[in-house]
Design a protein around this ligand. Structure first.
Ligand code: FAD
Length: 414
């Protein structure tokens, strides 16, 4: 921090991390006329991500997230969003059905440093409100009022490939314990750009074989994709339950505070909401600890139960789950209530949480004086060892060659 900033410290608010949660807090505070300084170790907001698509879910609450954003003064029209009512639901035995809802089930946004991403839009909105953003700025959490630094440790990993395609806009959600151990794989195509990911909720040797095999699966089952690989990206998720969310006067928001979906990693809504709530507490409009426990923790705890249950199943149960989802959709003429029911607290999941799920989390005493309980990155199972298919090996080889060609071209340019 510069000496000028230090002199203003009594009135100004310092935030560690210019991601979604930190920027949401900054927009709220700056809109209320407070002096705000946001520090990020990276060179820009969104630099943690590199053009990946993510889904802003609309199932953990009755209100549409767009309406919530508007009441908080966050302008959704400033970044590119694509509404989805229908997805391809891919069963573990390769059957593909349609899950759909008359409501907007979720919106796809892009993460990264390009101008149409949610990260850059929130950065613009924070600057327009008068916040001061400091990139490549390293600060101690002890010097900040809000800690919004994202994940620290690893509970799960995602491996993805971005590609070009002329395939129409599509989201495919893929239950397959072989391609994505303990989790799911997915494909998102928006306006000529595609993303295929394999999420690993179990720690593996030779991680890339899962992505290669997943890509080979999509090449076979969606032949019109005609995928032209652009780059490979990925990231980690950190899932923790915190004993307190405000500690020594500091607010822990977003993934830094463990406010994440333990089951499938839909953390953006938690991140933005918690950032806004921390700012509202600073403005004297609410009590952060109370609001987190009332509005966010019940669904986070439900996701801990869901994760515990997911860790116990294999493809046979995933097939049953997919069939139950489709049957419920047929009955209600809407696929969203099935997902809403899964994500919202109920007596069964409360019991699972208290009897089993919470005891799996590992206690950690953090350097900044907090007690948190982290979801450990589970070990591989015997069934995670399999012989890659010829198609999967070929996908991996093609990617290696493309990467070599690119680095040779870059070296020649220099
Ligand atoms: C591959 C992948 C796919 C995902 N898909 C989805 C999805 O479809 N839907 C969904 O809702 N969620 C998804 N998530 C989760 C979602 O991205 C996170 O929950 C969300 O970004 C968390 O926001 P945040 O503000 O806590 O952290 P971030 O948005 O990551 O921001 C943290 C910021 O803190 C900065 N920082 C880190 N350390 C420091 C430090 N020491 N000092 C200063 N700054 C620091 C980082 O540079 C970063 O800018 C996905 C995550 C991954 C990895």
């Amino acid at each position: 921090m510069s000496s000028d900033e230090a002199a203003d410290e009594a009135e100004s608010v310092h935030i560690m991390g210019a991601g979604l949660s930190g920027l949401a807090a900054a927009i709220t505070l700056a809109n209320a006329g407070r002096e705000v300084h946001v520090h990020d170790i990276r060179e820009d907001s969104g630099a943690r991500f590199d053009g990946d698509f993510q889904g802003l879910e609309n199932w953990t609450s009755d209100s549409d997230f767009v309406d919530e954003l508007a009441t908080w003064g966050i302008d959704l029209s400033d970044f590119k969003t694509t509404d989805f009512h229908t997805i391809d639901l891919i069963h573990p035995d390769d059957e593909i059905t349609k899950a759909w809802s008359p409501k907007v089930a979720f919106r796809v946004v892009e993460r990264g440093t390009e101008s149409h991403t949610i990260d850059q839009s929130m950065k613009r909105q924070a600057l327009a409100a008068g916040a001061n953003l400091h990139y490549k700025s390293r600060v101690d959490p002890e010097d900040c009022h809000i800690v919004a630094a994202g994940p620290k440790d690893t509970s799960a990993l995602a491996f993805c490939e971005v590609f070009e395609t002329s395939y129409p806009n599509t989201v495919a959600f893929h239950f397959n314990d072989k391609l994505a151990p303990g989790a799911y794989a997915y494909m998102i195509v928006i306006d000529g750009v595609g993303l295929i990911c394999s999420c690993l909720w179990r720690k593996q040797e030779r991680n890339e074989r899962f992505l290669n095999e997943t890509l080979a699966w999509y090449d076979k089952h969606y032949p019109e994709l005609e995928r032209k690989s652009v780059k490979r990206i990925g990231g980690k998720g950190d899932f923790t339950l915190n004993r307190r969310y405000k500690v020594n006067g500091r607010y822990y928001v977003g993934e830094a505070g463990g406010l994440q979906d333990f089951m499938w990693g839909f953390g953006m809504r938690y991140a933005i909401t918690s950032g806004v709530l921390a700012a509202q507490d600073i403005l004297g409009e609410c009590d952060y600890e109370t609001e987190v426990r009332r509005r966010l923790l019940p669904t986070v705890r439900t996701s801990v139960s869901n994760r515990w249950l997911m860790n116990r199943v294999s493809n046979r149960s995933f097939k049953r789950l997919a069939k139950a989802w489709m049957k419920d959709q047929e009955k209600r003429q809407d696929g969203l209530p099935f997902i809403e029911k899964m994500f919202r607290p109920d007596a069964f999941r409360w019991l699972v949480y208290n009897l089993f799920a919470r005891w799996v989390l590992k206690r950690v005493d953090t350097d900044d004086g907090r007690v948190i309980h982290r979801l450990p990155y589970r070990g591989a199972l015997k069934r995670d060892e399999w012989k890659p298919s010829e198609e999967g090996v070929a996908v991996g080889e093609r990617w290696k060659q493309q990467r070599r060609k690119k680095s040779r071209a870059a070296a020649e340019e220099e």
